[in-house]
Design a protein around this ligand. Structure first.
Ligand code: MN
Length: 383
């Protein structure tokens, strides 16, 4: 039996991870749960899974949580409390949403535990620090992001030096096939209506702009140590082929399944074994057809901006991520037009000099300043 801590247990990935665990109760022991602010759901998860520790990131919710869970388990609070659950179990699933997940990522690697990583932002924004800690402590990252899980699985078909390129697939989001002139009046409801995946609001908006793909390109660069020229994106509307790897002999290996995050979640928890419960196994005759097309970079500028930030390197991906989080947050609060999201990111990047980062405090500083710049750009122009 393997012990598991879940940071972000109340979100879309966290709740699905608990379903995976419930479907194979003799394989996993949930030792710690943590969430940022959803106290009630967190408390009900505690009553069901009886962990040793529960943590709430938002300190002001400590007493609410404590009164709901009583003496079932130890209650911790604050971002330190949340990242403290990273050292409790064999595996920590980091399913926190956004940049807030960085501390859990670093704490898990500091503790030399397996990191099942669903929080791509921590790797995008904090790669220099995350990679340094991972190397120093011999930590292990198994991606939960479906594309990276697919690539991780495909890479088993050949040696590292035999890889020619990675091909990341993306559904294209709700606005696939639309042109810039069609997208001036996009509503929140339209952006949140993803055709193939049910996910949280932040990643769903990122999918609509293709920034999710952009973050995934940077994530792939950091996880698999390949040059940006060797990482391609292809739009695949059915979300059946989750990504591919091409090898030097011309062979391309794909990972194929119906869209289900339970497969990459269970893969990251069970690796190097495979989970005994199947998720998303395809019937190709039923699927019938698979379509692929190049991404429209003129309409979905966020993807190009991500390549640009990745190629500049140093702190630029941190800036890209911070500006994106602010722009998406403003869009979700109806304070920014959808079409302006990439403009805010581009202008924030243009206003920022890339710097070297070696400590988490440097990352926090760059992130803080980039958020401030993005907010200033938004309030100067759009109010
Ligand atoms: Mn993904």
């Amino acid at each position: 039996m393997v012990s598991v801590s879940i940071a972000g247990s109340t979100g879309s990935i966290g709740t699905q991870a608990l379903e995976v665990i419930k479907e194979a109760p003799d394989s996993f022991d949930v030792k710690a749960l943590g969430a940022w602010s959803s106290v009630e759901l967190l408390a009900s998860q505690v009553k069901e899974f009886i962990p040793e520790v529960v943590a709430i990131g938002d300190e002001s919710k400590y007493h609410d949580l404590k009164s709901l869970v009583g003496n079932i388990c130890e209650v911790r609070a604050g971002s330190e409390g949340l990242s403290s659950i990273a050292s409790i179990s064999d595996i920590t699933l980091n399913a926190v949403v956004g940049f807030k997940g960085l501390e859990v990522t670093v704490a898990t690697l500091e503790a030399s535990k397996r990191l099942a990583l669903a929080n791509k932002e921590s790797l995008v924004a904090g790669a220099p620090v995350v990679n340094r800690v991972k190397k120093a402590k011999g930590g292990e990252i198994i991606p939960v992001d479906s594309e990276h899980s697919a690539i991780f699985q495909c890479l088993k078909s050949g040696g590292k030096r035999e890889v020619s390129k990675l091909i990341i697939t993306g559904s294209g989001g709700p606005f696939r096939g639309k042109r810039l002139e069609d997208l001036g009046e996009v509503s929140l409801e339209e952006a949140l209506n993803h055709p193939t995946w049910k996910m949280g609001p932040k990643i769903t908006v990122d999918s609509s702009t293709l920034m999710n793909k952009g973050l995934e390109v940077i994530e792939a660069h950091e996880l698999f140590e390949l040059d940006y020229d060797a990482i391609e994106v292809v739009i695949h509307k059915q979300s059946i082929v989750h990504s591919l790897v091409s090898f030097i002999d011309g062979a391309t290996i794909a990972q194929i399944s119906y869209p289900s995050m339970k497969l990459p979640i269970s893969y990251a928890l069970c690796h190097p074994d495979r989970h005994k419960v199947p998720y998303g196994m395809v019937n190709l005759a039923e699927v019938g057809q698979l379509d692929f097309e190049a991404p429209d970079l003129a309409t979905f500028k966020s993807l190009s901006l991500a390549y640009e930030a990745g190629r500049i390197g140093m702190s630029m991906p941190t800036v890209l991520n911070a500006a994106n989080e602010i722009a998406v947050d403003c869009f979700l609060n109806k304070k920014l037009a959808w079409l302006k999201i990439p403009e805010v990111i581009e202008r924030t990047m243009a206003a920022t000099e890339p710097v070297e980062m070696s400590e988490i405090k440097h990352v926090l500083e760059v992130d803080f300043l980039a958020r401030k710049t993005a907010r200033e750009i938004i309030s100067a122009d759009f109010f």
